[in-house]
Structures are given as C-alpha cells and as structure tokens.
Design a protein. Structure first.
Length: 466
C-alpha cells in the first residue's frame, strides 16, 4: 500500500495524497525532508562536479576549433575513444572505493575506510602506469585504428602525447574526489574540480593563442589544470578536519579490499570500456560514410551530449553514496524513495537537454567552428542523435541503482546490451540503408531499446522484492 500511495502522489501530484501518507506513516514527512537533505548534500554537488569535469574537454574543443581550424577539431575528435579508455581506471577505483568508504563510515569503521582509499590509490597508479606506457608506445597505431587519416592524426598525436602521461593525475583526482565526497566533504570535492576547470579556462587561451602552441597548448593547459587540482587534493588530506588519514600502512595491498573495489566499480568500468570501444567503431563508420568532417561533427555533438550525460551521471554518483548507505542499513523504502526522486530529476534534465538541443542546434555548434561543411554535418547529427534524449535519465539512473544495491550483473547487462546488442548492429544496418543519417539514427534507437531493458529489470526486481 505504501508504494501504491507513493506512486499516486508521484505520478498524479495529488495534494491530498501527501496528507494520507502523513497520517498512515508518521515518518513520511521526516523521510521526505531527509531525501531532500541528501540530494542537497550529495546529488547536487555531484552533478556540479561531473558537469565541471566535462568542461575540461569542451573548453579545449571550443578554443581549438576557433583557434586551430576545422581539421584540428576533427583530429581532437579522434581522441575521444582514447580519453574514454584512459579514464576507465579512475572510474573503476573511484566508484568502487567511494561505495566501500561510504559503507565503512556508516558502520563507524574509519580505519577500514582509510585502508580502502590507500588500496584504491595503489591499484590506480599500477593500472594507470600500464595504460600510459602502452598508449605512448603504440600511439600512431591506436589513432589509425580510431579512424584517423593523414590529415587528422598529426593533430591527435600532438594532443595525446601530452595528455596521456597526465592521465595518471586525472585518474587519481577522479578517485580522490569520489572518496572526499563519500566521506562527507561534497563541497570540498566540488571546489577542487571547479578550481581545475577555472584554471583550464584561463590557461587555454594563454597557451593556444598567447604562445601560439595550438592544439599542444590546449593539452598543456589541461595537464597544468590537473596539477592544480592535485595540489588541492593533497591539502585536503593533510587538513585536520579530514577523516580519511592516509598513512603508510593504508597503502599495503589487501586482496579482499582490492577485490571489493574492483567488484563494485566493475560495472562503471565496463561501461567506460564499452563506450570507448563503441566510439572506435563509430569513428570507423563515420570515416567510411562521411570522412574526417563526419568524425569532427561527432566530436562536436559529443561535446554537448556529454554535458547532459554528465548531469545525469552526477545524479547517479551522488545517489550511489546515499542508496549504498540506506541499503547497507536495510532501509528498502528509503532507497526506493531516493530512486524515484532521482528518476524524476534525471528525466526533467534529459527533457530540457532534448529541447535545447533541438531548438538551438545551429547556435550550439557555432561555438566550436565556423566551417560551413562541419556546421551543416554537426547540426544535422545533433538533431538526429537527440531524438531519444528524454529517455536517457531513466536509463542511466536505473543502471546506477542496480550497481548501488550490489546487483552489478544487471547493470553490466543493461550497458552491454545497449552497446553491443543494439547500437553496433544498428550502425551496420542503418548506415547501409541510409548512409551517414543512419549512423546518427542508430544512437536514439539503441537508447530506446536500452530503456525498455532497464524498465523490465526494474519491474522484475521490485516484483520479487514485494
């Protein structure tokens, strides 16, 4: 009955439902206020963090597109799969460690929380180093696989030869910001990320235009911005108010801790891996059907879609800490309330993103380039790829929900089915039927099918629980 009344209030917005709930369940108002408090403390700062992080790439692309030309931004688009794959380490250790740290603190075991962060640091450095060495050694080969040509690979090489070594700091910062937020310092995490982005915005024009370094200047500015964020992270961990004390014993690897970090973060890790792989396949289809400019257009489209996605991922990141806390404490009703609030918020954001993308497509793409061919391709692609954007909030949040309640196989299944069961086959079929337009349409088709899968899993899980 509780769920039925909640759904009545949620879907119909009936004011008297609130009073019925308050009469039947005295803690309803208190719980609702608690949800709002948790959203203000965890979800909204996480949303801000993720959007600010996305600004790193967007700022680079805007300055590069306006300062180095259309081919430079096409070359930069080649780096999307590489950046996605390099960031998988930070996602793996950050998401996994944050969930474990949050649970440990809720149980009063701060020493375990510190050891979890130390182990996550060791794992992060080890995996990042392996990826960096391999990527630098095989960089030209990698960029060729990603769909590069003789015109675009030189730009991509200049950019990634600087950004790849800096990915170690990127991954560490990502992990530490997750841990800082999970330990109750969400505003501090937000400040650290924001400071790095502001530094990047200031440094980009200095290095690109002032020093005349072009695309290399953008990479240097991004790397220096990461250094600034790292300094702020170190200051936080050395402050007396910090509850996560990183001592030398914390860095001693413990196999059960490493396994738990990897187990929790694996769904997000696989999502990043599949995203990188799909981007590679996407680039190949784009190169075959539209050439370098089609890849450049996809890079511009991704710049805007990443902003919407990052807002939604911010909800997911903040929600994970809160749901993980209540799930560990056995409060199923509270986890469902938070999930409903997250879905409602995410769906609203996704719908706003859809409206803005469809209504203002010409103005959005003009921020990146003035080349008429690239403008036309980008505008057309943006309108097609955003057709299923309103569904994205539900899809991502439900996936994250299963990850938070320790049902990672379902989260992994939903992500893999979208990428490999729906998107990749659709790319082949739709491009054969409709060329470049078919490639754009494959994206909303995959999102629609993945949303149906998410809806089925959620319905089935709640039915079993009831």
């Amino acid at each position: 009955m509780y769920d039925i009344l909640w759904n009545l209030h949620y879907f119909c917005g009936l004011n008297h439902t609130k009073s019925i709930l308050a009469d039947l369940f005295p803690n309803y108002t208190e719980e609702k206020q608690s949800i709002r408090k948790f959203f203000r403390s965890y979800v909204y700062p996480a949303m801000f963090n993720m959007v600010v992080m996305a600004l790193y790439n967007i700022v680079d692309r805007i300055f590069i597109g306006q300062g180095a030309g259309a081919l430079a931004i096409c070359g930069l688009a080649l780096t999307l799969p590489c950046v996605s794959l390099l960031s998988t380490v930070g996602t793996l250790t950050g998401v996994g460690a944050a969930a474990r740290i949050s649970t440990s603190i809720s149980l009063g075991n701060r020493s375990l929380a510190c050891r979890i962060l130390g182990n996550a640091t060791v794992l992060n450095i080890l995996l990042s180093t392996i990826l960096i060495v391999y990527s630098l050694y095989h960089l030209d080969f990698i960029l060729d696989i990603f769909g590069g040509s003789g015109q675009t690979i030189p730009y991509a090489r200049k950019y990634m030869s600087i950004l790849i070594p800096a990915s170690l700091l990127t991954n560490l910062n990502f992990t530490y910001c997750h841990a800082i937020r999970a330990s109750g310092f969400s505003r501090k995490s937000m400040t650290i990320v924001f400071a790095g982005v502001i530094a990047n915005i200031i440094l980009d024009p200095i290095f690109i235009f002032g020093f005349g370094l072009g695309i290399e200047g953008a990479a240097i500015a991004t790397a220096l911005s990461m250094c600034i964020s790292s300094v702020l992270v170190i200051r936080h961990f050395r402050s007396p108010s910090n509850i996560l004390k990183l001592q030398s014993k914390c860095f001693s690897p413990r196999f059960p801790i490493l396994v738990s970090i990897v187990g929790i973060g694996m769904a997000a890790f696989i999502m990043n891996i599949t995203t990188g792989m799909v981007n590679i396949i996407m680039n190949r289809y784009l190169e075959n059907n539209g050439g370098d400019y089609a890849i450049g257009a996809y890079g511009i489209i991704s710049s805007y879609s990443i902003q919407v996605s990052m807002l939604l991922m911010g909800i997911c990141q903040g929600m994970q800490s809160v749901i993980g806390y209540f799930y560990a404490a056995g409060h199923r009703q509270m986890t469902l309330h938070i999930l409903r609030k997250a879905i409602r918020t995410g769906s609203l954001i996704a719908c706003c993103g859809f409206i803005i993308g469809e209504a203002f497509a010409p103005w959005l793409v003009k921020a990146f380039t003035s080349d008429p061919t690239l403008l036309q391709l980008s505008e057309e692609g943006l309108r097609y790829t955003f057709l299923a954007m309103p569904l994205l909030g539900f899809q991502l949040i439900v996936t994250s929900y299963f990850q938070s309640i320790r049902q990672a196989p379902k989260a992994i299944t939903m992500n893999i089915s979208r990428q490999f069961l729906f998107l990749i086959p659709a790319l082949g079929l739709f491009s054969h039927w409709w060329g470049l337009t078919g490639i754009w349409l494959a994206i909303p088709f995959a999102d629609l099918m993945a949303t149906l899968i998410a809806l089925f899993f959620l319905w089935r899980t709640n039915r079993k629980a009831d």
